[in-house]
Ligand binder design. Structure first.
Ligand SMILES: [Zn+2]
Length: 142
């Protein structure tokens, strides 16, 4: 059984794999993530929800060494463990702000190939939810 997405408007399960949901403008073809009611580029209201690419490249990143505000963040470990955050560019689509599975600064470099994955995170009601993250692509992996 798969864990439910933390927000069904930003990601879904498709054939056992996670995928992000963005929107594409019917007027100017701009892609937005997360999906919104109108186009951020031209303001057009004709937008359609579209699944986004699973693979991209690391556009920029940093390591967060302090806990985010709670709520909405639910602490997972004591003491707090730093984690990677960054932007991943999905080719021809959009740049996505995302958690990274890698928190070792020596293992991250701008332009490296990344793939979509999920992290299970605790929710405030004590359950687990799936949120998206990007992981470095290991040599030979798809
Ligand atoms: Zn537009």
């Amino acid at each position: 059984m798969t864990v439910e997405p933390i927000d069904p408007h930003i990601m879904e399960w498709h054939e056992g794999r996670p995928r992000l949901l963005g929107c594409r403008c019917r007027t100017c073809a701009e892609t937005n993530f997360p999906a919104q009611d109108s186009c951020r580029r031209c303001g057009g209201a004709e937008v359609a929800v579209v699944p986004l690419a699973e693979h991209g490249t690391l556009w920029s990143w940093t390591i967060q060494r302090f806990a985010p505000p709670s709520p909405p963040y639910v602490p997972q470990a004591e003491p707090f463990e730093p984690f990677g955050i960054g932007y991943v560019e999905l080719p021809g689509e959009v740049i996505v702000e995302t958690l990274l599975t890698e928190a070792d600064a020596t293992a991250l470099r701008i332009g490296m190939p990344m793939r979509l994955t999920v992290l299970e995170v605790p929710t405030h009601c004590g359950a687990q939810a799936a949120t998206f993250a990007f992981a470095p692509v290991i040599e030979g992996e798809r």
